[in-house]
Design a binder for this molecule. Structure first.
Ligand SMILES: [Cu+2]
Length: 205
């Protein structure tokens, strides 16, 4: 028998959704869209009606360069827009002109993981022109990470640092509890109207 489920049926559905979104977008630049063997195991299990995963104890490295906690519990995000992180998760700006994709997430832990968890997190993402796919060369700033269902958020503001063309690093994300978090990024105004990118991410407990 499989071990008790790490991802419930909801989690498996979210993973499937995220994979569909990531795979459905036309060739975003330099975004690794690969899915770890652990997640594939989960999806296969869910498809077989067994929403369970069996894997070794501790942080589990995957071939997608991502690690997740063995006992990560995403149930606090049920019935929310939050998705389970994987490299390639995307967001379209409110104005529709830019698309962002998460490249990597590092959380300090302990233990340190290459996925979101409670505590300090660093995110790397790309921003591309939604039409041409060309790397965006725009200024990006972060708002305070927010928990929409709880009406509270981080008291400090993460710092966004541009890297290679279209690549940005956000440091100082501080998830202080598990659940549905919004990372909202401000882009330059379009015709005087705010343009924002929002990632709805589940921080597991
Ligand atoms: Cu909260």
């Amino acid at each position: 028998m499989p071990m008790p489920s790490r991802f419930d049926a909801w989690g498996a559905a979210q993973l499937c959704w995220a994979r569909t979104i990531a795979g459905g977008y036309g060739s975003p630049p330099r975004v690794p869209i690969s899915i770890g063997s652990v997640i594939l195991t989960c999806l296969v299990s869910a498809g077989a009606g067994l929403a369970g995963c069996s894997s070794d104890a501790g942080a589990v490295p995957t071939d997608g360069g991502m690690t997740v906690a063995h006992d990560a519990d995403f149930s606090k995000c049920a019935d929310t827009p939050a998705v389970i992180y994987m490299p390639g998760v995307m967001a379209t700006s409110s104005g529709g002109d830019y698309v962002a994709a998460l490249v990597s997430v590092h959380s300090d832990g302990p233990p340190a993981l290459e996925s979101p968890q409670i505590g300090l997190n660093t995110w790397v993402f790309t921003v591309s022109d939604a039409v041409t796919g060309a790397p965006a060369q725009i200024s990006v700033t972060s708002e305070r990470p927010w928990m929409p269902l709880h009406g509270h958020g981080q008291s400090t503001t993460p710092v966004v640092t541009p890297g290679d063309a279209g690549m940005y690093t956000v440091t100082g994300i501080d998830f202080f509890m598990a659940g549905y978090w919004q990372i909202k990024l401000d882009l330059p105004q379009m015709a005087g109207i705010d343009d924002k990118l929002t990632f709805d991410i589940c921080v597991p407990s």
